[in-house]
Design a protein around this ligand. Structure first.
Ligand SMILES: *Cc1c(COP(=O)(O)O)cnc(C)c1O
Length: 472
């Protein structure tokens, strides 16, 4: 009896061509490759066949079968055509979220990257002479102008910059560094390990909490290659502490003719203490004293991933000749994005307005409050299953920058009458585009600091979908 039923249903399974020619599917799948579409339709039909044979056809009746298979095929196509590296909505309020890609680029940086990516360019071509040009020439002037450095160039990231600087300045020689600065930045970057890789000899001086100028001075010998200062960007030693300021280090470096290298990590070009945040060392300040300064392009600078190296020309010239420079070489898109980002700093106001990282970090509490109420209202007006409130909260800078800084913000705090907070959080993550939220005090929390205005609608729709999912 069942068998008969199955067989009769199987007879109504559509053919691939049948589905492919269906008008209702055509509009939904346009833009996808034929191979992907065929494969997905086959999978959908095969799935239906299996359900029938296993007696799990459920409501799969003759009439509705075709439509169901089409819906499922479209679902498979959408899944398969999704990129692995996807855009997400960052509701965490962590501005430089390393796992979510750190800095968002400004519009002009994006525009420049697209231009340079889609066209041939003067990457290593000198238009005047018609001969080979230098890859780094495009950004050196602007970086020097903004930072006040004598020379500048760029490698893939700050980790590479530090490795290259240490290898060039201190290979086989001692690099003197304070015990209070043997930093680990996210597991794979640990100052002692980077030193080993660079073949500089680690000469740690002082103690964890206190290092004095004499600790450096007493350890300088004929085999000293460099005096290294590392910004403890992701932690602070508080209390009974002392570290040697860069200008004092620079003084003995000068006296003993030993280069001073400072890894300042985040590369701030703006004095954030004017914006109510603890002052990070600025690049301009570091470069006044240190011989070589390295920093990241995609932290507080707000540009693409890069390691920027600025300082004295004679040391940078040596570094440019190091074979590591070729290995750490940046792509044309990085140069395009970095040039555009640096140019915006010619006008600090423009930089604060147009570089998303700076804009997010300096957003006023009033502005955040207004925006939080707007988002809360959008979700409220479209759903009924959530308790939604606007609350005061704190955002973090992230990216291992300003670890103690808590930026006052306003968050949309939500609770479902039907779902647990963790189910809600994972549901939002499964949305397209995924919404990344935090759970705080058993509530799902969205910090508007890192959510773009243009994303509010998608966030509200994610809650609509979450609510629909609940009713099933
Ligand atoms: C972040 C950081 C690094 C590593 O920079 P990347 O650009 O991520 O490679 C190195 N040193 C310090 C002090 C940092 O803060």
């Amino acid at each position: 009896m069942i068998k008969l039923n199955q067989n009769s249903l199987l007879r109504y399974l559509p053919k691939v061509d049948d589905i492919l020619g269906d008008e209702s599917i055509k509009a939904k799948i346009s833009g996808n490759s034929r191979t992907l579409v065929l494969e997905s339709i086959r999978e959908a039909i095969e799935d239906a066949r299996k359900s029938i044979l296993e007696g799990n056809a459920g409501e799969l009746k003759q009439e509705g079968m075709r439509g169901k298979i089409i819906d499922y095929a479209v679902e498979i196509i959408e899944k398969k055509s999704e990129y692995n590296l996807r855009s997400v909505i960052n509701g965490t309020g962590v501005v430089l979220h390393t796992n979510l890609g750190r800095a968002l680029l400004s519009e002009s940086a994006v525009e420049r990257i697209m231009q340079v990516a889609a066209n041939y360019s003067t990457l290593e071509y000198d238009l005047k002479s018609g001969k080979r040009g230098l890859r780094y020439s495009h950004i050196e002037d602007i970086i020097c102008k903004i930072t006040g450095a004598e020379a500048a160039f760029v490698v893939n990231n700050n980790a590479a910059a530090v490795l290259l600087a240490l290898n060039t300045l201190s290979e086989g020689k001692e690099a003197i560094v304070s015990r209070g600065q043997l930093v680990e930045i996210g597991g794979s970057f640990r100052v002692p390990d980077v030193m080993r890789q660079s073949r500089a000899i680690l000469r740690e001086v002082g103690t964890t909490n206190k290092t004095h100028l004499r600790d450096y001075a007493e350890n300088i010998n004929e085999n000293t290659g460099v005096l290294l200062k590392v910004h403890t960007s992701n932690y602070r030693i508080l209390g009974f502490t002392e570290e040697v300021p860069i200008w004092e280090l620079a003084e003995i470096g000068k006296k003993m003719n030993i280069p001073v290298l400072e890894d300042i990590g985040s590369g701030t070009l703006i004095d954030f203490s004017k914006h109510g945040m603890a002052g990070e060392p600025t690049v301009q300040e570091a470069v006044r004293y240190a011989d070589v300064v390295t920093f990241s392009g995609d932290k507080m600078l707000g540009g693409p991933q890069a390691g920027v190296i600025v300082g004295k020309k004679k040391y940078l010239d040596e570094m440019k000749k190091n074979p590591f420079t070729r290995a750490f070489r940046v792509d044309k898109m990085t140069l395009a994005g970095l040039e555009a980002t640096f140019r915006q700093y010619l006008d600090a106001e423009e930089a604060l307005e147009n570089i998303p990282t700076l804009k997010f970090l300096t957003a006023s509490v009033d502005n955040l409050k207004t925006r939080a109420f707007k988002l809360a209202e959008m979700i409220k007006s479209r759903t009924s299953d959530f308790e939604i409130h606007v609350e005061e909260g704190e955002s973090q800078v992230g990216g291992g920058s300003m670890p103690l800084e808590k930026l006052p913000t306003h968050v949309v705090s939500t609770r479902s009458t039907k779902l647990s907070s963790s189910r809600m959080e994972s549901g939002l993550r499964k949305n397209n585009p995924p919404v990344i939220a935090r759970i705080n005090d058993d509530k799902v929390v969205l910090d508007v600091r890192t959510i773009l205005d243009g994303q509010f609608d998608a966030v509200a729709e994610a809650f609509v979908k979450l609510q629909k999912g609940m009713d099933i």
